[in-house]
Design a protein around this ligand. Structure first.
Ligand code: 0WD
Length: 260
């Protein structure tokens, strides 16, 4: 059964085939949605165009979320695509030097940049696209366990995710009167261009299969399938929520003996 026939989605944050957003776009497209893409800059343009061509050939529009002009231009360029039923925020940026060591060494500049691109960008995106969202639309953003629990080295990225999760709740209230739902997907670790920047990331990947109830790491398509559910009518009364797609890792209070 195709759950998203006739629906239109905008997916941000595709950088390459390993991006979580690519798995999301693949699953949305597989369930019948028409997908439009934004990309950050020339560096990734070709890759994103290739992925878009494989997933229905929807529009590919430049958008740097740190620039209001770029957001405005993107919203204008999207006009011919039609109104959106789904908006996916899959964007984060933290300076590499802020993804290891101590949080108290984070610079003011590094803090601002991380919070601006990883959290404020959801506000900016919804503001730019507010009139382009259909009533009843579904907005979702990618988050991580490091928002609410200490994950060594995730540091300012986790602090940004805490802000992002709070923004999800407030936006859910703002938009709820139009039937627009806003949720976060808290994904388990996946090797991508961004996650590789986190100090000791391969250890994080090693731990999950030893500890999590499902005893495996997750894939981009695991996240994509949850995105389909959140975009579809199956999740009609779910909003302001953080949904874990992490093999159940978040629920463990202590490592099992087999992990030692
Ligand atoms: O383990 C993981 N990979 C997890 C990622 C676990 C849980 C959550 N997440 C989150 C990330 O924090 C992010 O919010 O998922 C989202 C997607 O991340 P990803 O798929 O892991 O990483 P990647 O493929 O690098 O996509 C993130 C993209 C950027 O990619 P690059 O590699 O070029 O930095 O975010 C985009 C960019 O395409 N991005 C921007 N887009 C617009 N404007 C900007 C910007 N200023 N900065 C970064």
């Amino acid at each position: 059964m195709k759950l998203l026939e006739g629906k239109k989605a905008l997916v941000t944050g595709v950088a390459n085939q390993w991006s979580i957003a690519t798995g999301i776009a693949r699953q949305l497209h597989g369930h019948g949605a028409q997908v439009a893409f934004t990309y950050q800059g020339e560096r990734v343009k070709e890759q994103v165009e290739k992925i878009a061509a494989e997933l229905g050939g929807g529009p590919v529009i430049e958008c740097d979320v740190s620039s209001d002009d770029s957001l405005r231009a993107m919203a204008g360029a999207l006009e011919s695509f039609g109104k959106l039923d789904t908006l996916v925020h899959s964007i984060a940026f933290v300076k590499k030097e802020d993804l290891s060591g101590t949080v108290y060494d984070t610079s003011r500049d590094g803090f601002s940049m991380a919070l601006d691109i990883s959290a404020y960008s959801l506000i900016a995106l919804v503001n730019a696209l507010n009139e382009r969202l259909n009533d009843g639309a579904s907005v979702m953003a990618l988050t991580y366990l490091g928002a609410t629990a200490i994950v060594p080295n995730y540091n300012i990225a986790g602090i940004s995710k805490a802000a992002l999760e709070s923004i999800v709740r407030y936006l859910a209230f703002d938009l709820g009167s139009r039937g627009i739902r806003v949720n976060a997907i808290s994904a388990g670790p996946i090797k991508t261009a961004s996650s590789r920047q986190v100090g000791g990331f391969s250890r994080i990947l090693d731990v999950v299969p030893k500890v999590a109830p499902l005893r495996r790491n997750i894939t981009q398509d695991d996240v994509g399938k949850t995105a389909v559910y959140l975009a579809s009518d199956l999740s009609s009364a779910i909003t302001a929520d953080v949904h874990f797609v992490d093999s159940g890792y978040h629920a463990m209070g202590m490592y099992p003996p087999s992990a030692e």
